[in-house]
Design a protein around this ligand. Structure first.
Ligand code: UFG
Length: 329
């Protein structure tokens, strides 16, 4: 058997794409997921261990059984809006859950971890593209939990020599180019799948959360990055850890910003359906502009996104969306 990687949250959106990429690179991804928010049918490239991230014993059992060379940790709650209303679940799953995993890794002498972090750690960023040195100042509870987990990794590195990489994604987009897996949240709160729902006739319109931001059309700017390229960055980051490097963080994004209205227009072009929009008040926790400076990942991971056009991302997402939800148009 080749090298084994334990992937917590591997039945989710970015986790499952990373498992596919790991498998293509010759690794066996073992998914650890409780399937509360993940999908059993997204686990296709290795075994599934069904378990809760807070269950340290069960994690230790999985680590003992499979003796992975590294862990990639996705298991977390990831709705910015929900995080404000349910801090208990967010601190439990994202902070205590990460601690439970680190405890299990320490007891099992597994030394390498790639952590799924977020640009949400930066909070209200400046107008410049964001570098890794930008101070952490999260404006959502979700962002705070990711920042706390990153601090834990640094402390475990200092005290116990745990090697870690934190990957701070900007807005994951698209789906597997071969259409095997894609984005499916329940409930759905993310812009692209909601726009595709409107195009598919599964929703009547999209609410746009504010058009009075300081951007050209007044809507928020985000940096969309293809999920397959994110998956590739995880494999690169893990391989860097396996070569003995430690404690780094990388921003993962395209380096280009698109407004919410530009997304609406792009979805109209790809799907050839007119999208009905409704302007509503701003959503708490939204920063007006989050755009990445990906130069560190380029230089140190030799990471070059393969699918940098918004049209490619939307095309792959639309293909998968129609298949998943039996859309006829
Ligand atoms: N938006 C709308 N209407 C919607 C949904 C979203 O106008 O129905 C807007 C949001 O206000 C935002 C943009 O579309 O400006 C993108 O929103 P998403 O919910 O798709 O994504 P976020 O930018 O909020 O979230 C992403 C990741 C999070 C991460 C966050 C950091 O999904 O994990 O970036 O801001 F924490």
């Amino acid at each position: 058997m080749g090298k084994v990687v334990l992937v917590t949250g591997g039945a989710g959106y970015i986790g499952s794409h990373t498992c596919k990429r790991l498998s293509l690179a010759g690794y066996l991804p073992v998914v650890y997921d409780d399937l509360r928010r993940g999908h059993a049918d997204f686990v296709k490239w290795g075994p599934l261990v069904r378990g809760d991230i807070l269950d340290t014993e069960s994690l230790m059992f999985a680590l003992k059984r499979y003796s992975p060379d590294a862990v990639i940790h996705f298991a977390a709650y990831a709705y910015v809006g929900e995080s404000f209303h349910d801090p208990l679940s967010y601190y439990r799953n994202n902070v205590a859950g990460t601690l439970s995993l680190l405890q299990a890794m320490k007891s099992s002498a597994v030394q390498n971890i790639v952590f799924s972090s977020s640009c949400a750690v930066y909070g209200l960023a400046s107008t410049d593209n964001i570098k890794e040195e930008h101070p952490h100042s999260p404006i959502s509870l979700y962002g705070r939990t990711k920042s706390l987990a990153e601090s834990m990794l640094q402390d475990f590195n200092y005290a116990y020599g745990l090697r870690s990489v934190s990957l701070r994604y900007f807005n994951a987009a698209g789906a597997d180019p071969e259409g095997e897996i894609g984005e499916h949240h329940d409930p759905e709160t993310h812009l692209i799948p909601l726009l595709l729902d409107v195009a598919a006739g599964r929703r009547s319109h999209i609410d746009i959360y504010g058009n009075d931001y300081p951007s050209e059309d007044g809507t928020c700017i985000r940096d969309y990055v293809h999920v397959a390229d994110l998956a590739d960055a995880h494999v690169r980051a893990m391989e860097k850890l396996l070569r003995g490097n430690s404690a780094a963080s990388y921003n993962l994004g395209s380096g280009h910003g698109h407004s919410v209205m530009q997304l609406v227009r792009a979805v109209e072009r790809v799907t050839r359906v007119k999208i009905t929009v409704r302007i509503t008040p701003r959503r708490p926790g939204d920063s007006h502009r989050l755009v990445c400076d990906p130069s560190r990942a380029r230089a140190e991971l030799q990471w070059r996104p393969e699918f940098s056009s918004l049209e490619d991302m939307l095309d792959h997402a639309w293909h998968w969306h129609r298949k998943r939800f039996n859309v006829l148009r």
